[in-house]
Every structure is written in C-alpha cells, then in structure tokens.
Design a protein around this ligand. Structure first.
Ligand SMILES: NC(=O)c1ccc[n+]([C@@H]2O[C@H](COP(=O)([O-])OP(=O)(O)OC[C@H]3O[C@@H](n4cnc5c(N)ncnc54)[C@H](O)[C@@H]3O)[C@@H](O)[C@H]2O)c1
Length: 462
C-alpha cells in the first residue's frame, strides 16, 4: 500500500524486460518497496519509481503477478508478441532492467540504450566483447548509464575479503577455487525454454569470474575450460550439465602497496574508462607473478542434496587462506516435508530473505535486492541530484563505479566469450582449446591443440 509523501517527488518510470525467476526473487520486492515508500536521498529528494511497463515472451507471468500483487504495485502495461521491447520503450520509461536469458540480453539492452534510456542488465552482461563495445559506445553517445548486476560483490563476506585485500591484510593471491552447484530442477523445468545450447558456467560461474576480477584486479591472461553432457541434453549435444573453467591472471610482482593502488584505480570515479589500455601498458613493463583460479559449476545436482544451491570459495595468498562456504556460514534448518525444496536447508538470509521484522512489519531484503536499489539511486542521482548543467559530471561519477559499470566488465566478458567458444569447439569435436588474452595476435585468441591457425576472436586489446 502506497504511503503519501510530504515532498513534491520526482518520478523515474521503470521498464522490465523478462519476468522470470530473478524478477520474482529480487526485482519484484524492490519495485513493491519503492512503490510503497519511494526513494529518498538528500541530494535528489523523494523519487517515485513506478514499474510502468514490462515485456516478456508470453505475458502469462505478468498477468498472474498483476492479479496477485493488487495495490502492492503500480498499474503497469504488459507487452508480448513479436516486438514487445519496442512497445515497452514507446510507453515511456526512464530506465530498463534486462532479465531475459543471457543470450538475449544484448538486443534488449541495445534497444533501450538507443532510445536514450538507462539500462541495468542481469549477469553476464553480454556474451562477447563486440557486443560490450557496442553497448558502451551507445551509452556514451546517448549519455545514459549502462550497468550490470553482480550481486555477489555486495555479499558481506565478499566485501570483507575485498577489504582485507585492499588494505594489504591478505597479500598477493596465488590461486583459488570456486564451486557453485544448482539443483537439477532448475535446469530441468524452470529453464527448459532456453537451456538448449547453454551452460552453467556462463549462467553462474560468471559471478565468480567477476568476484575474482574485481577483488584481485590483475590482468587476465589465459582461459581453459571443459564440461560434461548427457543429463540436460544428449551426451554429444551442445547443452552442458556441468563445466570447469580455469582462469590465469598476471599481477605485478609486488606486495600489498601496489595491489592497493590497483584496486583504488578500479574504483576511482573518473579513470575507469581508461582501465583497458592504461593498465595494460603499465603492467607490461613490470615483472609479473601469476595466479590460477578454478571455477566448477553444475545445474544437475540431485534436487534433495543438502546444499540445494551450494557455494564454496577458497583463495590462497602469500600470507593467508580465505575459505567461504554457504553451508558453513549460517543456518542449517530441517522442516519435515518442506526442506530442501520449498524451504532451503542452508538458506542464505543475506542474499534475499522474507522476514518478520522486530517492529512487526513483513519485509523482503538482502544484497540481491540492495544491488538493484543502488542502481536506481545512481539513476536518480544523475537525473535529479543537482542542477541540470552538472548532469554530465554526475553521469561521469556514476559511470566510474567499477563494481557495476559495463566499461569495467571487459575481462569478465572476455572470460565468458572464451568459455562459450571453447565449449562450442568441444561440441564440434575440437576439445581442449585454449584462449589467450592480449597476446601478440590480438585481444582474444583461440588455440586448438589439434593444430590449425590460431583464431582471433576479438582483435582489439581486451
Ligand atoms: N543475479 C543472479 O544471481 C541471477 C539469478 C538468476 C538469474 N539471473 C539472470 O537473470 C536472467 C533471467 O534468468 P531467470 O532465471 O529469471 O530466467 P527465466 O527463464 O526464469 O525467465 C526469463 C524471462 O525472460 C523472458 N524472455 C525470454 N526471451 C525474451 C525476449 N526475447 N524478450 C522479452 N522477454 C523474454 C521470459 O518470458 C521470462 O519472463 C539471466 O540472465 C540470468 O543469468 C541472475
């Protein structure tokens, strides 16, 4: 239920492309909260954020949601059919969130940016560097934000890890592993419409690619990968049950001091658009140390396994070890007939939980929602955070936030493009390919151990 405001509000009309699982988990609670409370910051005052329009394939979830939500949400238009995104944009929105399957992010984001609308894209932002370059160019031309959701960067455990690294408490990461296991029901039913030809690496390992890339900085050097098939689809088909990705990074041969400055560079407000070339040049001239990271993912784990979604990371440094485990950090709860499917046995109450607050209200909150709200605040700051003449400066500041800006997503997208290509080559009978980043042949170059000429996947520097 909407509560009246005492101030004259600004309005930011929201558009949503894709109303699937992640909409229901994170966007829906955000839009319901801002519908009731608005957003406030002393720089931009009160901002109303109505969900104005949605676009999806069939519209059935939109209608179900409209019925179920009642007055918890603004009256929104729902578009389906052949051109739902164009119609959504014609309805007039100030920002658009793209939560379609990962191989359909690009079209929606490009259309919205071309219409001069701020954009937030679910992870992974896009599947190739060419697409990333196009979206970035459009966002700069149209002077709007283009951002991506990596909510694991807001997980308090990962923020603590990054704080220790930035402060030189943990020094020089040498290697590590990350693992994320999803239950079979996710791939078998929920994603059945789009899963053919897809893999759990792009879908979930990308969270860890970003965590490693953002937390430790460094220069991505080599990508290898393999995977298994036969459960979601045929054993010789293009759809993957599980995959294992290895990333090798290069770091300046130094200790805490230089690493700190690297991280600060990545979070500085104005220099972020230069990350690609200037960091590359600087690092070439120094001696380097390497680090290797293995990321294992699956979306065919039996539905009754205790983790339900199980996540684990370990990073080893010159002077320490960081261990994080979703089943060890918090609650383990059993409810007869309900866990682990309806209620998770090892629930992550930090990501997204439905709570009865001590003051009696019901709420849904967590870092999965916080990251979306921050984007809306960034849009509000750009549009309403001061005089119009200073909008370019505000925009530049918000573009400089490397945790979510597309300009800082280059190495993550490079890793995703390499993973996609290596798995595709394996499907076509060429296993064990290796992709190197910024070598003498180009920005992203694929080598096949069976021979043949190296293939340049992306010519410019990553
Ligand atoms: N942040 C996270 O941790 C997290 C978690 C889950 C999913 N995701 C991401 O969110 C995205 C969607 O995942 P999901 O789990 O919600 O998928 P889903 O299959 O549950 O929902 C997909 C939605 O997109 C719509 N859609 C499909 N093609 C479309 C098109 N061409 N135009 C308009 N709408 C279209 C469908 O109608 C559906 O509403 C993916 O990119 C995924 O990686 C992120």
């Amino acid at each position: 239920m909407k509560t009246p405001t005492t101030q004259a509000p600004h309005t930011l009309r929201a558009g949503m492309i894709g109303l699937g699982m992640i909409f229901d988990e994170t966007y829906r609670p955000l839009f319901e909260r801002v519908h009731a409370e608005g957003l406030y910051d002393h720089r931009f005052g009160v901002v109303e954020v109505p969900l104005a329009a949605v676009a999806s394939r069939t519209g059935s979830r939109a209608e179900k949601y409209r019925q179920a939500a009642g007055d918890r949400i603004a009256r929104f238009q729902s578009f389906t059919g052949p051109q739902p995104i164009d119609e959504l944009l014609k309805a007039g929105v100030d920002f658009v969130c793209v939560a379609t399957p990962d191989d359909r992010h690009f079209e929606g984001a490009r259309a919205a940016l071309a219409a001069g609308v701020h954009v937030l894209i679910e992870k992974p932002s896009v599947l190739s560097l060419d697409q990333l370059d196009e979206l970035l160019a459009l966002s700069r031309q149209k002077q709007v934000l283009a951002k991506v959701v990596y909510h694991k960067l807001l997980d308090p455990d990962h923020k603590k890890l990054r704080t220790f690294v930035a402060d030189g408490v943990l020094r020089h990461v040498n290697n590590g592993y990350c693992s994320l296991l999803e239950p079979r029901s996710i791939s078998g039913s929920q994603f059945a419409e789009w899963i053919t030809g897809r893999n759990p690496g792009t879908y979930v390992a990308v969270h860890y690619i970003k965590l490693i890339d953002y937390t430790f900085g460094g220069r991505l050097k080599t990508i290898t990968a393999t995977g298994q098939r036969g459960i979601v689809g045929p054993a010789d088909g293009p759809t993957w049950d599980s995959c294992q990705l290895r990333l090798v990074y290069e770091y300046d041969d130094d200790t805490g001091e230089k690493r700190t400055s690297n991280i600060e560079h990545r979070t500085s407000n104005v220099e972020v658009f230069d990350v690609g070339s200037s960091m590359f040049d600087v690092r070439r001239s120094k001696s380097c140390r390497e680090a290797a990271f293995d990321i294992h993912t699956s979306w065919v784990t039996p539905d009754n396994f205790p983790g339900y979604v199980e996540q684990e990371v370990q990073f080893r440094f010159d002077n320490g070890v960081w261990n994080g485990h979703s089943r060890k950090r918090g609650v383990e709860c059993t409810v007869e007939g309900k866990t682990p499917t309806e209620i998770k046995t090892t629930m992550n109450n930090h990501y997204n939980g439905v709570f009865l607050e001590p003051w009696g209200a019901r709420s849904q909150r967590g870092y999965g929602i916080e990251t979306l709200e921050r984007f809306v605040r960034e849009v509000a700051f750009v549009e309403h955070g001061g005089p119009k003449a200073e909008r370019p400066r505000r925009l530049e500041n918000m573009c400089g936030l490397a945790y979510n800006d597309l300009a800082a997503d280059r190495q993550t997208v490079a890793a995703v493009q390499a993973l996609e290509t290596i798995l595709d080559r394996q499907y076509r009978g060429h296993p064990d390919c290796v992709v190197r980043v910024n070598d003498e042949r180009g920005g992203l170059v694929l080598y096949d151990p069976a021979g043949g000429a190296p293939e340049v996947l992306h010519a410019p520097q990553v």
